[in-house]
Design a protein around this ligand. Structure first.
Ligand SMILES: [Zn+2]
Length: 351
């Protein structure tokens, strides 16, 4: 099944992700470079279509956990409601349980991919799961993303069980290729994956293993390099030789977040979007006058400009926070999965 061109062409800021950068930084999670955008093509989920907005809000009030997680905004500017913690399991360890919260979809996708590895290659060491999101989402140090319950930091599989530990640098020598590849393949084939960040050097090792295994070459090219208006699913970003960064789409949680957003803003559960305008002060302007003109407050203008007094000066440009009201985003549209064709030949790979 040849995947059709469903994803917008890479933006300039994505280019640096796919270029093969220098070696990774051992201690920083450099997912700051991940593009913070939602796809605009594909079919929206129909999971919540049978509920009116009022019914959805009632369910949120009466049985919030039944909704299975509400992902609001984007991974780099988001929130998470009614989150669930990744459960404990035989095949993984939570490095920081207090920050291992995701949506039901994220938890289910992650679990499915890990269990698929066990089906295909039983044994090995447990994976280490680092940060997913904080319980309520929002900023989570040191990341820029991980805000909406859709991002996961997770270890590689290492060959020597005894040497496996969180944040161990993976290399061609210590990488457990069969299990790591089975994991990546399951993420792509069986979950709504948005992106997988893996160090470029390790990508080369994984890809040649997959070729040797008889994976479809065109599919491999598509997921590693992209093509005709599609970005790859597997991207390079510095810092990802020590762990894999996964981002899922959450068709249900994102749609629930989108539809509940206006009501949540109204209730003060989430902050409304703010917009700043630049204004060059004229002689005679005062903060009170500006606050009135822009429908904001003196305090809000002072905060936005770091002012310690109410004095403003003519010919100086100030940032004025302007209320833009609450606007519901258009539906997130989830691109179709890039399911691999059957393997063309089964050899026994050297690793
Ligand atoms: Zn990360």
């Amino acid at each position: 099944m040849a995947p059709s061109a469903q994803v917008p062409p890479p933006r300039p800021d994505e280019a640096k992700l796919v270029s093969e950068g220098p070696g990774s930084d051992e201690h920083a999670d450099h997912d700051d470079d991940v593009p913070d955008e939602e796809p605009t093509l594909g079919e929206p989920t129909a999971a919540l279509d049978s509920l009116t907005d009022a019914e959805l809000l009632r369910r949120f009030d009466e049985e919030p956990d039944e909704l299975g997680g509400i992902s609001i905004g984007t991974p780099n500017a988001g929130r998470l409601l009614t989150a669930q913690r990744m459960p404990t399991g035989e095949h993984w360890r939570l490095v920081d349980p207090a920050h291992a919260y995701g949506t039901r979809e994220t938890v289910a996708f992650l679990t499915r991919a890990i269990l698929r590895v066990q089906e295909e290659h039983p044994g090995g060491h447990p994976l280490y799961i680092g940060h997913i999101s904080a319980k309520a989402g929002g900023p989570l140090s040191p990341h820029k993303s991980h805000q909406a319950g859709r991002d996961v930091d997770i270890s590689y599989y290492y060959r020597e069980e005894a040497s496996a530990r969180w944040y161990k640098r993976a290399t061609a020598d210590n990488l457990d290729l069969p299990r790591t590849w089975a994991f990546v393949r399951a993420l792509i084939a069986e979950t709504d994956i948005d992106l997988i960040l893996i160090d470029a050097g390790l990508q080369r090792v994984l890809r040649s293993y997959a070729e040797e295994l008889g994976e479809d070459p065109a599919w491999l090219e598509d997921v590693f390099k992209g093509g005709k208006g599609r970005r790859p699913l597997i991207l390079h970003a510095p810092g990802h030789a020590t762990h894999i960064h996964i981002r899922f789409f959450n068709p249900v949680a994102q749609e629930a977040g989108r539809r509940l957003y206006p009501a949540l803003v109204q209730r003060g559960v989430v902050a409304p979007p703010a917009q700043f305008v630049s204004y060059r002060a004229k002689k005679g302007d005062t903060l009170a006058v500006l606050a009135k003109r822009f429908d904001t407050t003196v305090q809000a203008i002072m905060r936005a400009n770091g002012l310690r007094s109410t004095l403003i000066r003519a010919k100086v440009t100030y940032r004025i926070p302007k209320q833009v009201g609450v606007k519901m985003a258009p539906p997130s549209r989830i691109p179709p999965r890039r399911v691999p064709p059957p393997r063309v030949a089964v050899k026994s790979p050297s690793n």
